[in-house]
Design a protein around this ligand. Sequence first.
Ligand SMILES: Cc1cc2nc3c(=O)[nH]c(=O)nc-3n(C[C@H](O)[C@H](O)[C@H](O)COP(=O)(O)OP(=O)(O)OC[C@H]3O[C@@H](n4cnc5c(N)ncnc54)[C@H](O)[C@@H]3O)c2cc1C
Length: 521
Amino acid sequence: MKNTESNTQTLTTTNANALRDGEHQSPWQANVSIAEDTAKELHTSYDVLIVGAGITGITAALMLQKAGKQCIVSDSYTPGFGTTGGTSAHINTFADTTYAEAESAFGKEGAQLFADAVNEGFNIIKDNVNLYKIDCDYETKTGFVYAETDDEVKQLDDIYTGTQKVGVSISYAENVPTPVEIKKAVALPNQAQFHPLKYLQAIQEQFIKLGGIVVNYTQIKKIEQSGGLFKVTTNNNPITARAVIYATHMPPGINLFNLRCAPYRSYVLGVKLTDDKYPEALVYDMQEPYHYLRTHEIDGQKLLIVGGNDHKTGHEDAEKAFEDLEKYVRKYYNVSSVKYKWSSQYYVSVDGFPYIGQMPSEPKGVYCATGYNGNGMMLGSISAKILSDLIIGNDSKYQKIFSPARIKPIDGFTEFVKENADAAYHFVADRFNIHETDSLKRLKPDSGNVVEVNGQKIAAYRDSAGKIHALSPVCTHAKCIVNWNQEEKSWDCPCHGARYDINGEVITGPATRALAKIDVE
Ligand SMILES: Cc1cc2nc3c(=O)[nH]c(=O)nc-3n(C[C@H](O)[C@H](O)[C@H](O)COP(=O)(O)OP(=O)(O)OC[C@H]3O[C@@H](n4cnc5c(N)ncnc54)[C@H](O)[C@@H]3O)c2cc1C
């Protein structure tokens, strides 16, 4: 049902933040301009409010608007601000949860449904590119996964068998475009790559052409149900809608997913080579965490994109992660310069499958999609389809297997316990690990630390001019103590992955409130 009645609410774009969620920018973010708000006038109510303008949100918005629903997309910042702007944009027919792992946790049928979802997600992107003739550097490439040790060979054989069983094309490969000495490898034909933000902008344009509305710098704070409608409080004007999709990568606030998904950071470099030995393929090793690698041409300049060195958010040194990644790429390639470096966040679900559907413990009509691991291009796209189907009233064959309310599974249980024990550890231990010796005076310019001053713990950042920006170190989400991320100049929470800028403003959920400012004078 369309609601075209308009009122006089005027949108404001108050925040001049760049299109990025940290200090570093991906080539995609550097290469597109920030989208403006698309409407100066809002409707009084909408069929669907989509919270979050990444690949999940904009794809869902386009599908629903096409199906005749009047939609509004709101983002705390701008489209592409989140991980869709920090992705490495490989489009695959396989995923981090291998089909063999999927079968052992969810049975043959579960593995087949997972393969269908990944492949359908892939095709949603491909079909949009073809249908709308999107100029987003979309290219088809072969994917190679290789083993360097005997253990990895065994895992690779499992990958091969599991992938064959679900009908996804795979073969053993003799020649792999990598200088690394390998023991065994597989090739997966017809993978793809693209410029994720050119794609996002193009599908957003199609959404707007159909009457869809996008509002920037509009953070959703609270949803209340009243008379069959959701009344949504934002930092801007309130929004009213019949259904809400949290396409926020991680739904905000305290919720079940804090226990079921763990936040990870992954690091990426875009480097120029002195020779022309750029691989014309998507290449993955099997180290733990693994490295991923591909070539992309931006403004006529080839870049080798290399990612990896993942770790749990707020747990390890981001500077070291970048250093190690650079060492890794320099070991195998003749690097002339590092053109881009960036990091971004993803969420690993406890049982390896994403959570897509009605949000547990929220009223009927509030949906979410999360836990994509490093496969959100495909899983974000298929989430959009599943959630659109649920809202339109169509059946979806994926509804049950990806249900956020599923109780599963035996296999994931140890991980589940581990992740939560980890959050509990940080909740307690980080409070005692701050000492007077980490004093404010010792804080160097352009660095941050959690220090204790006169018995009070503060998250302090000293800027280049020497000014201290002091905040409460207590994360507003679940009250853990944040850690300083020197690379992204952000305060990152080791428990559930919330991130804040130097002024305490939320840059990544699930927190929705800023860190309290402290007057150190
Ligand atoms: C380094 C890296 C490389 C990756 N490489 C690949 C790859 O090669 N292939 C692949 O398939 N996947 C990859 N992934 C994963 C993939 O990029 C993500 O899963 C995907 O981009 C998630 O998209 P999304 O739209 O769900 O979330 P996001 O892109 O994070 O968008 C969420 C949006 O919600 C907004 N938001 C949050 N809270 C609120 C709120 N309260 N109110 C309003 N707005 C809000 C944010 O500002 C943000 O713009 C990678 C991930 C990382 C970290």
